[in-house]
Design a protein around this ligand. Structure first.
Ligand SMILES: NC(=O)c1ccc[n+]([C@@H]2O[C@H](COP(=O)([O-])OP(=O)(O)OC[C@H]3O[C@@H](n4cnc5c(N)ncnc54)[C@H](OP(=O)(O)O)[C@@H]3O)[C@@H](O)[C@H]2O)c1
Length: 316
């Protein structure tokens, strides 16, 4: 039980986005005072043991000497973990069924885009070509999901009813009915050999950085395609370009990049085998997210229980 009644919102984002979050969080926590960090005195900061954050400046976090934990409003906290370095501060990330459902919808949408040859038909249209391409039923296609956590499992549950064979790869095996699971590097290579569409939903950690390289891309069957909804640095960009240039990889749908926004002159913008999305596959829903954060903050302030945290050693 703590006497804290002010909950700061700490973000390096533009003022407009900060006030939208403060409004949504205040509505979800009417018994407390939600306040943007910029309006908080140093004395008030020292009374706070919990804060709600969205890409906070680590130096600003240091002005809260008694902070025990922070709740990020984002599902991916790779940047925060990396910027904070070794720390005693506990980090709680967003786990929201609404977000998982939005991501699952995006995975299904872009899987169907690739499955039904939309990039090729778009290209034919531009050239005025009337040609029906061979149709391969979903039952004859395998979608491999890299990372089988909150988002990967929700995606699998959306893909299975459409008829796709679904494979998954993660550190620990999972038992989701209808999904064939693979573990370890050898397991990954074995899985890739069968994947017509590979969906990356891994977090960016020291172990996943550059994971998808030339060696692994070469394991994929001919005409395979890639969807990256995890984080940009998981894919070796030079190896991706080589695989696309020689047609080894048929198409890549990319939502996340090493640098965001993607620089204007970047080769990916104009590559005929690339579809660019501006990190939009699963935006956080402020209303559902605010309720989830509110319940956890309230529970902590009443019972002193910190929710389950990110493992900063593992990075996710
Ligand atoms: N594009 C977007 O709009 C968007 C939105 C939200 C999130 N994301 C990204 O999606 C990522 C995943 O989110 P989530 O909620 O599903 O995370 P999660 O629940 O923590 O799941 C992560 C999964 O990745 C696996 N994994 C991690 N490191 C691995 C490794 N080295 N080898 C094999 N498997 C590994 C984990 O396996 P174990 O559990 O077995 O260790 C787990 O299955 C986030 O970190 C974020 O980067 C993107």
């Amino acid at each position: 039980m703590t006497t804290q009644n002010i909950v700061p919102f700490i973000s390096a984002a533009a003022q407009e986005s900060t006030s939208e979050w403060v409004t949504a969080l205040q509505e979800a926590l009417p018994e407390l005072t939600l306040i943007s960090v910029t309006q908080l005195s140093l004395a008030d900061r020292s009374r706070c043991t919990v804060a709600i954050v969205a890409n906070p400046d680590p130096d600003v976090l240091k002005t809260f000497p008694n902070l025990v934990w922070v709740h990020s409003v984002w599902a991916g906290v790779e940047r925060l973990v990396a910027e904070l370095g070794p720390t005693k501060l506990k980090i709680v990330r967003m786990v929201d069924p609404a977000l998982a459902s939005t991501m699952a919808e995006a995975v299904l949408a872009w899987t169907l885009y690739l499955h039904r040859d939309m990039p090729a038909y778009r290209c034919q249209q531009r050239r005025g070509v009337w040609r029906q391409r061979a149709y391969v039923p979903a039952q004859e296609k395998t979608v491999g999901i890299l990372g089988f956590g909150e988002l990967g499992q929700a995606a699998a549950q959306r893909l299975l009813p459409s008829g796709f064979n679904v494979f998954a790869w993660s550190t620990t095996p999972s038992m989701l009915e209808g999904v064939t699971h693979f573990c370890g590097r050898d397991g990954l290579k074995q899985m890739l050999k069968k994947c017509n569409i590979l969906v990356c939903l891994l977090p960016h950690t020291p172990k996943t950085a550059g994971l998808i390289d030339a060696e692994l891309l070469a394991c994929l069957p001919d005409s395979a395609a890639l969807i990256n909804f995890g984080r940009g640095p998981i894919i070796n960009e030079r190896d991706l370009r080589d695989a696309l240039d020689c047609g080894r990889l048929d198409h890549a749908v990319l939502d996340v990049f090493n640098i965001e926004p993607l620089p204007e002159a970047h080769w990916e913008w104009n590559h005929p085998r690339v579809t660019i999305l501006p990190h939009c596959s699963a935006p956080t829903n402020k209303q559902t997210a605010a309720k989830i954060v509110a319940d956890r903050v309230r529970h902590y302030l009443m019972e002193g229980v910190v929710p389950s945290c990110v493992d900063v050693q593992k990075g996710y």
